[in-house]
Design a protein. Structure first.
Length: 273
């Protein structure tokens, strides 16, 4: 911004230092704040003047810089203030306007700290057409092959991964597997769910249980029973439900078929069919 307009200039009285000139330029600073705010009602009381420190190597003959503060009376800006920075040089007949900004004070209402999108995202936020790219530093993923030198960055490494039968550039890291397993155990198809506590037997002994591959085989699998609540879902080996394959119908001599469960369970939470 340039010099203050004619109405916003003040003559330096003989014998006054540049600091005194700046301190006395309250109305000139207010006029500059009103010009930027566009409304005299948006600029409140004068809160004081503060000298601005210059670089140690600065020549004193270049003058001084100071900032006048005025309370901001704009709606929604409680605790903010207008900061009007002026400059004056020895022997000058006027002060010069450097800048006018709206700044927050110690008691100002501020917006919450910005959080990256990948930290704001929650399960279920992804919808049709959305793309969720994984970051290079995602701790849940590691390269499908390892190398001790720069050859790991060679595009030919992708061909090596394909030839080894891996077929993927990145796979789950140990942290990723532990995180997924813990999340599934804590979910609706884990051992602490109400259904599991009243089941005839665990999924590990059920014929409809399809174990996962790799290191998760002993603890996790998928349910393939169309009548089970977990059909098509990942379940823990110690989860269970009333559709267990060993909960069968047995016929005794001369008696109609009856349902013989492999364990005692409470039917208050679900029906036995």
């Amino acid at each position: 911004m340039g010099d203050v307009s004619d109405s916003a200039l003040t003559a330096a009285s003989p014998g006054r230092s540049p600091d005194e000139v700046l301190a006395a330029a309250v109305e000139q600073a207010r006029a500059a704040a009103i010009e930027v705010a566009g409304d005299p009602a948006a600029v409140g009381e004068h809160l004081g003047a503060t000298p601005e420190a210059l670089a140690e190597q600065a020549d004193p003959a270049l003058g001084v810089v100071g900032t006048h503060s005025f309370a901001a009376t704009l709606p929604g800006y409680a605790g903010w203030h207008w900061a009007v920075t002026l400059a004056a040089v020895p022997g000058a007949d006027e002060v010069t306007l450097d800048e006018v900004v709206l700044l927050p004070g110690d008691s100002a209402l501020l917006a919450p700290a910005w959080v990256p999108w990948h930290e704001r995202l929650r399960p279920g936020d992804l919808s049709v057409g959305d793309v969720l790219p994984s970051t290079e530093d995602d701790a849940r993923l590691v390269p499908a092959y390892l190398a001790d030198d720069d050859s790991a960055e060679d595009p030919a490494g992708r061909i090596v991964a394909e030839e080894l039968g891996i077929g993927r550039e990145r796979v789950l890291s140990p942290e990723g597997r532990i995180e997924a397993a813990q999340r599934w155990r804590d979910g609706d198809f884990g051992p602490r769910s109400s259904m599991a506590r009243h089941a005839p037997g665990p999924c590990a002994t059920c014929g409809f249980y399809l174990p996962l591959a790799g290191s998760l085989r002993l603890s996790l699998g998928a349910c393939s029973n169309a009548y089970a609540p977990a059909d098509g879902r990942v379940v823990t080996a110690d989860y269970g439900c009333g559709a267990h394959s060993q909960a069968s119908l047995e016929r005794t001599d001369g008696e109609p078929a009856e349902f013989i469960p492999t364990a005692r369970y409470d039917t208050a939470d679900f029906d036995v069919i």
